[in-house]
Design a protein. Structure first.
Lengths: 427, 504
């Protein structure tokens, strides 16, 4: 037998100057504490902020929450400073900062920021959160497609193109047939079609996956813009006035305070998103299909030696990924706007890609990441409506700043599927 | 099940890797396929396993001709393979790896992990393995990973089992255990093909031996054949299996390593408080199973590791903290363990590779310009001196055989004024002729008064070259023993037992 007892475990940490310390978290915390001190104390706004926790027509009405902006700011800054000191102490001992500490820090900062930014006015919390979910929906579909595609070993830069083609075809088909569900089906096919090109070129012809993806994005932008200005603009009544996907209130669930109006008074595509997230997660980690996908993305040769057809598995699952993303694209033209607009996805596909990485190639975490981006986007529009003191140009940067911080700062070196981006070649 | 290969031929472009190979393996027989690296053994087995398509010939199982479109077909026909590079997914558990491709499922394709765990436990119990079905592969030692490969093959009811160079990653003790497993499988009626180039193992376990050279079957041998007979059959000429070297004449202390510790970026200890002294004109072999800190030890000396504590003093100069350039300039020659990755630039010519670490000064560079004439003269001289077989000095190194590539590395490193020479796995993947050459040069370097460190996982090489042997285990030096220490003692040390325990 192999003896594993005689020497210390190779994972043992050493004390002394070789121990690995990460100062990233405490330094980031310090930056936020300084920002908090400047905003909440230096530029203090002394007026109460009202948080409205239910909509006027909800069955159960919750009282409004009123916080004094200045006092909240001071208390929050004090709490954050304490956490920062704790983080420095942990880092000096070369120990990790627990996730819940970071979470508490983020929530405290967020509450204080909202209180400060909306001082003197009322924040509709339900609308803010429900809107975040709505905005995040296409990002979630996009990141699900990204997760499947990368897990099976193909980098999917073409999420943007898949979303946009889905949005376009959904509007077109729904307008012609008069049925938004036909439009949704069309979007699914459109996404799969874009994926077919990605899969064929990257798996069969071994073209660099990133290049194919980027080219596809440009191609879809060009094609939809051209058809939009020639076909749709010329006769928008026939080609670009789709019926919207219905908004459904789920009985009982919709009446739960706070959660009901946020989660269960949504467009039907949001409910499809719930199902898709659960299904992808379950399938990826609990079924034969998922085991084989992950095997192919991690070690294709090993998968081949146990009789899994690597290229076919990759091809069909990249198509599936495209179909999911395409369906999410229908959200833009059939749920959010109600018609197709030129380049209406506006970079959502790239944010979804960031969510895939931030979510470490896990459908649930990627969904949470997409929700964070959705929240940042919706916070920006909500705050510009209630009139925040931050210039709107800065607020517009918020979703992207969050993206950069999230991917660069919090994720650091994460481990993608080992064989993603590498074509599988045999003789 | 009886396996028969008839006239198997496989070509890669102009190269014929297998040339009309015939082979018969009976049930309950261990059939050794002996040949040098590059003789075509692995190609043949990949054809058998359906990974490659043969250009000619057929595969028969119990006299039925088989058509394999891929490994899946071969597996279903009852062929199992324990690959040289394990075909295991590092982030999966043992059970997941064993079930992959052959999954038990409940309704709706939902995995039945419990069935897989049971299967792992059953087969483990049969062979006395102690394997946790829920352990992740990447956390397991290689010896255990290999057992998972065996379990994987057996869980698919393999009747013909191919072991492709299975002992390369094992300690001598693990190798003995593997031999026992193979005998047990044989007694159960499995037909076993055992691919190797190590003569000792062949003679110990084989029932029949087929020798392959340059893609052809060159002969059959009985296990009673001597090492010399097998070796000459394998190489095609008489070879000397021992290294001729005079006794060492150690001089003064040259290299003093004290309390050297190396960690990686997450704080894992790779080299753990290592101290040793090396004299001029002596070869210290660092033995141990791959991955016990030998690589990091040499990299630390070369200034290639960044988290280093302790000191490395060469002729009075501290090397820790110096750049790699500084270490080279202090007179250290280094043959890295992966010549294609770290030792050479495949797309560069032989001449360019020969000056790879001498780009800073004359004679090859003057005023920032390459001195091509000087380089050509130097390269032509070294190609002759080191017997590099190539069309010319402008041949790209990537097109040379492994042996010739290694000669280029040696030529470059040995043509400077050396105060220390480090060779890591100097003969890995080389043919017997090149191994002889490399060993002679290493001994000659020692005899010229240079202290030499040789890192090797091959015990044969260690015992052939060493004046003293340092055995590493989990980052530590378990002990430093004389060069004539018996193999079984070294084997126990490689498994982590200190010399005093061994003696007791």
């Amino acid at each position: 037998m192999i003896d594993v007892r005689t020497a210390p475990a190779p994972g043992a940490q050493v004390a002394g100057s070789l121990a690995v310390r990460s100062w990233k978290a405490p330094i980031a915390f310090t930056v936020f504490v300084v920002a908090a001190a400047i905003l909440f104390i230096g530029l203090a706004r002394d007026a109460p902020t009202t948080f409205r926790l239910s909509n006027p027509n909800d069955a159960i009405q919750l009282p409004e929450l009123v916080l004094p902006a200045f006092a909240t700011g001071i208390i929050a800054t004090a709490i954050m400073a304490t956490i920062t000191v704790y983080a420095f102490l942990r880092a000096r001992e070369a120990r990790r900062i627990p996730l819940w500490v970071t979470t508490v820090f983020a929530i405290v900062f967020l509450v204080a920021f909202l209180t400060w930014a909306a001082a003197g006015s009322t924040l509709p919390m339900i609308g803010l959160l429900a809107g975040s979910l709505t905005v995040a929906t296409p990002l979630i579909f996009g990141s699900l497609g990204g997760v499947i595609s990368e897990r099976v070993g193909v980098v999917n830069i073409a999420i943007e193109g898949q979303l946009l083609s889905g949005a376009f075809v959904a509007a077109l088909v729904a307008s012609i047939t008069g049925n938004p569900f036909a439009g949704l089906a069309g979007a699914v096919l459109a996404g799969a079609l874009v994926s077919t090109i990605l899969a064929s070129f990257s798996i069969k012809y071994l073209v660099d996956q990133i290049i194919v993806g980027v080219v596809l994005n440009v191609l879809v932008i060009g094609l939809t813009s051209f058809l939009f200005s020639t076909l749709m603009t010329a006769d928008s009544a026939t080609f670009n006035s789709p019926a919207r996907l219905p908004r459904i209130s789920i009985p009982l669930l919709a009446d739960i305070p706070i959660l009901g109006p946020i989660l269960f008074q949504q467009s039907i595509i949001v409910y499809l998103m719930y199902i898709a997230v659960a299904a992808v997660w379950f399938a990826l980690f609990k079924t034969r299909w998922g085991l084989r996908i992950r095997a192919v993305g991690e070690h294709p040769t090993a998968a081949d030696t146990v009789g899994i057809k690597v290229r076919a598995t990759r091809f069909w699952n990249v198509l599936l990924a495209g179909a999911i993303v395409g369906g999410g694209g229908a959200f833009f033209s059939l749920a959010a706007v109600g018609s197709f607009q030129k380049e209406m996805t506006n970079g959502a596909g790239y944010i979804a890609l960031a969510a895939v990485i931030f979510g470490r190639w896990d459908p649930i975490r990627a969904t949470l990441a997409a929700l964070l981006f959705g929240f940042a986007t919706n916070l920006q529009s909500t705050l510009s409506i209630v009139g925040s003191p931050v210039p709107s140009e800065f607020m517009l940067m918020l979703p992207y700043v969050v993206t950069i911080f999230a991917v660069a700062g919090l994720v650091g070196a994460s481990r993608p599927p080992a064989a993603t981006g590498k074509p599988y070649i045999t003789s | 099940m009886k396996l028969e290969l008839r006239g198997i031929t496989k070509r890669f472009g102009a190269l014929t890797a297998n040339d009309h190979i015939d082979l018969v393996v009976q049930p309950g027989e261990i059939h050794c396929l002996l040949g040098e690296n590059g003789a075509g053994k692995s190609t043949l087995m990949n054809v058998l396993y359906g990974l490659y398509r043969a250009d000619e010939g057929e595969i028969l199982l119990d006299d039925q001709v088989q058509k394999f479109e891929g490994p899946g077909d071969a597996m279903n026909a009852g062929i199992g393979m324990v690959h040289q590079h394990f075909m295991l997914i590092p982030v999966f558990t043992v059970a997941e790896n064993v079930m992959l491709g052959n999954e038990n499922t409940k309704a709706g394709g939902v995995l039945d992990l419990e069935a897989a765990r049971t299967k792992v436990r059953e087969i483990s119990a049969r062979f006395g393995f102690d394997i946790d079905p829920d352990a992740k592969i990447e956390d397991l030692p290689v010896g255990v990973q290999q057992r998972v490969e065996i379990i994987k093959a057996l869980s698919r009811d393999a009747k013909v089992l191919v072991f492709d160079e299975p002992t390369a990653v094992l300690t001598p003790q693990e190798t003995d255990e593997l031999m026992d497993i193979m005998r047990q499988l044989k007694d159960e009626g499995t037909a076993i093909v055992f691919i190797t180039h190590k003569l000792r193992e062949v003679r110990e376990v084989a029932d029949r031996i087929t020798v392959i050279r340059l893609g052809k079957v060159v002969g059959e041998a009985e296990p009673s054949a001597t090492n010399a007979e097998l070796a000459s059959l394998m190489v095609g000429r008489a070879v000397s299996l021992t290294v001729d070297k005079a006794d060492a004449a150690p001089g003064d202390d040259a290299l003093v390593v004290s309390e050297l510790t190396v960690t990686d970026h997450v704080g894992q200890v790779l080299v753990d408080n290592v101290s040793f002294t090396l004299k001029r004109g002596e070869i210290l072999c660092v033995a141990g199973v791959q991955g016990n800190g030998q690589t990091e030890l040499t990299e630390a000396i070369m200034g290639l590791q960044h988290r280093v504590l302790g000191s490395i003093v060469l002729d009075g100069t501290e090397l820790v903290g110096q750049s790699t350039r500084g270490v080279l300039d202090s007179g250290v020659g280094f043959v890295p363990e992966d010549r294609t990755e770290d030792g050479l630039v495949g797309e560069f010519t032989i001449a360019e590779n020969l000056m790879l670490d001498r780009y800073t000064s004359e004679p090859f560079v003057k005023a920032g310009t390459l001195q091509l004439d000087a380089l050509a003269r130097f390269a032509a001289e070294k190609v002759t001196e080191f017997d590099v077989r190539a069309q010319g000095i402008a041949t790209k190194v990537g097109r040379l055989s492994g042996g010739n590539q290694q000669k280029v590395v040696l030529a470059r490193e040995l043509s400077r004024e050396l105060r220390l020479f480090i060779a890591a796995q100097p003969t890995r993947g080389l043919d017997v002729g090149s191994i002889e050459f490399v060993h002679k040069r290493i001994v000659a370097t020692r005899d010229a008064g240079v202290p030499v460190i040789v890192v090797s996982t091959e015990l044969d090489e260690v015992t052939a070259l060493a004046d003293r042997i340092a055995v590493m285990y989990r980052g530590r030096i378990i002990g430093i023993v004389p060069g004539d220490t018996p193999r079984d003692v070294l084997g126990l040390m490689m498994a982590g037992e200190t010399p005093s325990e061994v003696a007791a």
